[in-house]
Design a protein around this ligand. Structure first.
Ligand SMILES: O=C(CO)COP(=O)(O)O
Length: 264
């Protein structure tokens, strides 16, 4: 089954709504200027919540082909939960995606596997496609138990979802030691874990479900390393942090096929 690659920018807590307007427009025109085929490599951005209305207005008004999503959502639908953002609100703003279980949420907001599972279920209640993040810290990597750790996260996260829901999920493998550190997992490291995730999915779900699920790599992705990372047969795109804050650089990542150096 062929999977459409997805390049998703996670802006984290960067860029206010005015800066967001500049970046999405520049990203769209840079890609269109290069005749980017958005159907062949999908492009998405996940800005801070306060930028989403601005991004929606530009995407709708100027027919941008960039998709967008939130960086988190509440497990609750509505009510007395000060500071929380409902999936209903994200859906109403036209979000396609929502990042769930990012390691920064797990670490700084104490999100457990159970909370992450609740958030994945909440995303589906509103028709949002989750970008479900998993990944190991340095200690686990050093101990060599990273694959088992990630597969535990996958099983726990998917526990509440129906097989039909799982078919559309996007999974992002982000080794924590490679996030924002300049330390990139090698293409073999990325493929090892992405491949193990797909094998796990094949054991959990019947039919072609595992074949159809997109598995992204994230962690210090740049235009200079994306082509090699995308060489992994189970790597279907990237979740990009720092490099997604620069339109030209992120566009170059989305255009990774242009800088694949043919084997001599
Ligand atoms: O956490 C990440 C994306 O969600 C990766 O961030 P960097 O690309 O800045 O390493």
């Amino acid at each position: 089954m062929s999977r459409t690659p997805l390049m998703a920018g996670n802006w984290k807590m960067n860029l206010d709504h005015q800066a967001a307007a500049l970046l999405v427009q520049k990203l769209d025109w840079t890609l269109k200027d290069a005749n980017h085929d958005f159907g062949a490599v999908e492009v998405a951005v996940c800005p801070p919540f306060t930028d989403l209305r601005t991004v929606q207005t530009l995407v709708d008004g100027d027919k941008l082909e960039i998709k967008y999503g939130g960086q988190d959502l509440s497990v609750h639908d509505s009510g007395a939960y000060t500071g929380e953002i409902s999936g209903a609100f994200l859906a109403k703003l036209g979000c396609t995606y929502v990042i769930v279980g990012h390691s920064e949420r797990r670490e700084y907001h104490n999100e457990t596997d159970e909370v992450v599972a609740d958030k994945l279920a909440a995303a589906y209640r509103y028709g949002l496609t989750p970008i479900f993040c998993c990944g190991e810290g340095l200690e686990i990597r050093k101990a060599g138990t990273h694959v088992a750790h990630v597969l535990d996260q996958i099983r726990a996260g998917l526990a509440q979802l129906t097989p039909e829901q799982v078919r559309s999920i996007v999974i992002a493998y982000e080794p924590i030691w490679a996030i924002g550190t300049g330390e990139v997992a090698t293409p073999d490291d990325a493929q090892e874990v992405c491949g193990a995730i797909r094998t796990q999915l094949a054991e959990m779900y019947t039919g072609d479900t595992a074949d159809g699920i997109r598995i992204l790599y994230g962690g210090s992705v740049k235009s200079s390393n994306i082509a090699q990372i995308m060489g992994g047969r189970d790597v279907d795109g990237a979740l990009v942090g720092g490099a997604a804050l620069d339109a030209a650089e992120f566009a170059a990542i989305c255009r990774y096929q242009q800088h694949v150096v043919p084997d001599a």
